[in-house]
Design a protein. Structure first.
Ligand code: NDP
Length: 314
């Protein structure tokens, strides 16, 4: 038995849920395959499920917890008739219409597809990361920098992301140490110059974070010198991991056009992919802004593009 829908939405962060609200209100009865709760990469609700307070989403002057914001968006979509399946798509076939998707051996067909599978921040792989994320450990300076006013914090990484995050964090923190695993940076020259010129930024070279210390929230880190092997500890209340992102696009490899880095390519100014009837929105196609509000905005674009495309087919 297979289930058919006019719109199949894969992924349920701010982009997918906004696309669901809009397509549901347009009476397209979308089916949202929202992801697997046990997963840290494509969990229902997306990356906001790993954050605590969101203070920059318009309309919530007191702030709102990330998971609550996503729960409300989900309720809003369900109110207009969106259906949800708490599973992970295991296979797709977009070579002919209707498009096909599978959750293990369960088969789904759809007239159109909106891909909103998001991205994940690369993490250090330390066991305590799961417990401390949102409690002093963060992957987004724009989101969480404000909470570290007058505190001493670290940024891990040596690329443009790390230096940009560090620069931004000096607006709030009293001191920002950048932990670099080699003795050189990967970041562009201009970003390096800016970081070196900032009196609040210092570098800790040849160092790898081996442990993040803290029970309820971060209180420090343990470091290992990558050259000598010597260990040391540092008292900090914030750890920002900025070692890169990875879009969740393995499912679409060889099917949808993507950059070498795996981000889906959409036609400029739209959410059209290389396959007519398949749209992409949110972080899966955006490595520049990566904000909940920009993801939501592109989810709205995908819904409108999809609705118009479906209309044009009849
Ligand atoms: P990059 O891949 O450029 O840099 C990742 C950095 O993290 C490297 O210094 C790398 O070290 C380090 N790293 C990787 N894994 C680990 C680990 N396990 N432990 C410690 N350190 C680690 O990623 P970015 O996110 O910085 O940048 C991605 C792309 O986005 C780049 O093309 C960049 O230029 C662009 N970008 C541009 C910006 C701008 O122009 N304003 C802002 C942000 C990003 P190593 O060098 O040893 O591999």
């Amino acid at each position: 038995m297979s289930q058919h829908s006019k719109v199949l939405i894969i992924g349920s962060g701010p982009a997918g849920l906004t696309a669901a609200i809009y397509t549901a209100r347009a009476s397209l009865q979308p089916l949202v395959i929202e992801g697997e709760p046990s997963s840290t990469s494509d969990q229902p609700g997306g990356q906001l499920m790993l954050t605590t307070e969101v203070e920059n989403f318009p309309g919530f002057p007191e702030g709102i917890m990330g998971p609550e914001l996503m729960m409300r968006c989900r309720e809003q979509a369900a109110r207009f008739g969106a259906q949800f399946l708490t599973e992970k798509v295991t296979k797709i076939d977009f070579s002919a219409r209707p498009f096909q998707a599978w959750v293990r051996d369960q088969h789904y067909t759809a007239d159109s597809v909106i891909v909103s599978t998001g991205a994940q921040s690369l993490m250090l792989g330390l066991p305590e990361e799961q417990r401390l994320i949102g409690h002093g450990l963060s992957t987004c300076a724009t989101c969480d920098g404000f909470f570290f006013r007058n505190q001493e914090i670290i940024v891990v990484g040596g690329g443009d992301s790390a230096l940009e995050e560090a620069q931004f964090l000096t607006k709030f923190a009293s001191k920002v140490s950048i932990i670099v695993r080699r003795d050189t940076l990967r970041a562009s020259k201009i970003m390096q110059e800016r970081a070196h010129a900032n009196p609040k930024i210092s570098f800790v070279w040849n160092s790898q974070v081996t442990k993040i210390v803290g029970d309820a929230s971060v209180s420090g880190v343990e470091l290992r010198d990558t050259v000598t092997g010597a260990t040391s500890s540092m008292a900090v209340t914030g750890v920002f991991v900025a070692i890169g992102h990875r879009p969740n696009t393995d499912l679409f490899r060889g099917v949808l056009d993507m950059e070498d880095s795996g981000y889906l390519i959409t036609k400029p100014g739209s959410t059209y992919t290389n396959i007519a009837g398949v749209f992409a929105c949110g972080d899966v196609q955006d490595h520049t802004y990566r904000q909940a509000i920009t993801a939501a905005g592109s989810g709205c674009m995908a819904a409108i593009d999809c609705e118009r495309w479906l209309e044009a087919q009849h």
